[in-house]
Every structure is written in C-alpha cells, then in structure tokens.
Ligand binder design. Structure first.
Ligand code: GLN
Length: 305
C-alpha cells in the first residue's frame, strides 16, 4: 500500500483538481474584506511538496495570496521558538472551539480566555507577544524571521491592509477590547494593528509551501517539539468548529484561511497547499477541503490510518 505524497502523479492530481473545482461553486466569497470579495472565484493553485523537495503543481502559480489565518500556526511556532511553552500558553488555551473563528461570544463564554491560537481571539492575544516598538516593526521582524527560516519571500500587501482597514472589523475590535479588560493584552490598538498586518503578509503558493516545510523539517530538537504542538493544534482547531469532522475525513494537520488557502502538513512527508477562494459556512475553502480529502484518502496519508 502506498502512503506517500511522492507516489502521486500529475495526472492523478489533475483529475482530483477537476473534481474539486466542480465543487467550488458551492462556496461563497467572504464579504467583510472588500479585496477578498473581489477575488476571482475560479482562481486556483495547488502545490504538493515532499520532504525531499519533489514538487507537483497546477494552476495560477504566480498569484499573490494573503495568508490571513494561515499566519496563525506560524505565529504560534515563532513564539514557541522564542519564548517556549510556558509563556505562550499563559496567553492562550489549547482547546477546540465550537463557535465561528471570529466569535466574541466564544470569548465571553470562556471569561475572556482565548480558547486556542487558531481562532482570532487566540491569534490576537499572541500578536501582543511579537517583538518591536510599533505594529510596523513587530510585523517586519516577524516577516524577516519567516522569510529567513522558511526560505520564502513573504511581503506585506499594503493594498490588502488598506482593504482590511476600510471596513473596520467590529468583531475583532470587541475581541481585543475584551482581552484588554481581562488582562491578556495591554494595548488593543497596537495589538490589532499588528494582527491585521501579519494577516496581510502575502506570497506565491510556492512561498507558502516552503513556509509549511518549516513544520515538516524543524531544524533542531526544540523546534521538533514545537512543530508537534503546532500540528496538534492544527488538527484539533485549524478548521475552527469543523476541525473534528476533518480530523477524521482528512486526517492530517490542516489550517485554512479566509483568503481560500489551505495548508495540509503530512508529518515526515511534506505539504499540500491549495488555493481556491470560495468558502463554506465555517470559512474553509470548499475545493481545498475536497482536494485534501481526496489526496489523503487515495494516498493513505491520514495519521489515523
Ligand atoms: N484577518 C482575518 C480576520 O481577522 C483572518 C481570519 C481568517 O482567515 N479566517 O477575520
């Protein structure tokens, strides 16, 4: 039985992509960030990259894609590598959430304690740990580290940032206010500005695949440990309240984002990155989820197999 990304061939990938794209019309573009609402719903890209750097790819490979929530696992990884478990998990929990990724209600039910780093409240809380005096500096320092360690060329998409700011996100503002009230962050404004900036870090799908390889090929013992923590949280929380369903159906650590990217990490195997903007109700790319499911099932990639 083959259980490896490297056994997949271009023809198989093309067939699965065709099926995935047929499903994407079931999804909708997000409406709360104007530039994402204007994305081409037919835009599509996929990259499979193995641990020994074999690559299969298809689609609009040069499109620049904002990471949005895909920054969250890397924010967690970066902070764990800088400050260790104790400091990081004083700011954020490790439990799955039941409500949508931007839910204030979830935070209120939990008395202001952010459930996990894969939802907005958790990532906003963690953004406050980034080093630098200003939001600009914090984002720059983080981006520099990601590009160095991940061998990629992420950049801040200023147009996307302007678009995010053009419709102030009242959910995120209320979340930040609540986090201040409960003592988890000090300054709502600078923290939210930092969070918005890091969500607008962007790159080509190959940059995102290289970044994902950081989790597959951590360079020392501590990073291996931290990568396992990140992968655990991607599995239990990466697709928000739908995480448990896909833990079964896909069976590999997965993170989605409102821009339509999905990253699947195949432990000791490689990464699968898919970009298709139409989203399901939970904010996960419809085609991306389908494709990851097909690849995982057909190649027996599930860690629960
Ligand atoms: N920046 C987006 C937000 O705060 C990220 C959310 C996402 O990708 N799901 O809503």
């Amino acid at each position: 039985m083959s259980n490896s990304l490297s056994n997949i061939n271009q023809q198989q990938l093309t067939n699965w992509v065709e099926q995935a794209l047929a499903k994407s019309s079931l999804g909708k573009l997000p409406n709360y960030i104007p530039l994402l609402a204007e994305a081409n719903p037919k835009s599509f890209a996929v990259v499979l990259q193995t641990i020994d750097n074999q690559i299969l790819s298809l689609g609009n490979l040069e499109t620049k894609i904002p990471l949005m929530s895909l920054i969250k696992p890397f924010l967690l990884f970066y902070l764990l590598s800088k400050f260790g478990n104790k400091s990081v998990f004083q700011k954020v929990g490790r439990e799955p959430s039941e409500k949508p990724f931007n839910s204030l209600e979830q935070l209120e039910v939990d008395g202001g304690w952010p459930r996990n780093p894969m939802i907005n409240s958790g990532a906003i809380a963690l953004s406050s740990l980034l080093l630098g005096n200003t939001a600009t500096e914090r984002c720059k320092n983080f981006c520099f580290w990601l590009n160095n360690q991940g061998n990629c060329q992420l950049f801040l998409d200023e147009n996307m940032l302007a678009s995010v700011r053009s419709l102030p996100n009242q959910n995120n503002q209320a979340i930040a206010k609540k986090l201040v009230e409960c003592g988890y962050i000090k300054d709502a404004e600078i923290t939210l500005d930092t969070y918005n900036r890091i969500c607008c870090l962007s790159g080509r799908i190959f940059d995102i695949a290289n970044l994902g390889m950081l989790l597959v090929k951590p360079s020392n013992y501590d990073w291996k440990k931290y990568s396992s923590t990140v992968q655990e949280l991607m599995t239990t929380c990466g697709l928000y309240e739908a995480s448990n369903i896909y833990a079964k159906e896909i069976g590999i650590p997965t993170k989605s984002s409102v821009s339509g990217i999905i990253l699947g990490v195949v432990p000791s195997g490689g990464v699968i990155v898919c970009y298709s903007p139409p989203l399901d109700q939970q904010g996960n790319s419809v085609a991306g989820l389908f494709l990851l499911g097909e690849i995982s099932r057909n190649s027996h990639l599930s860690v629960f197999c």
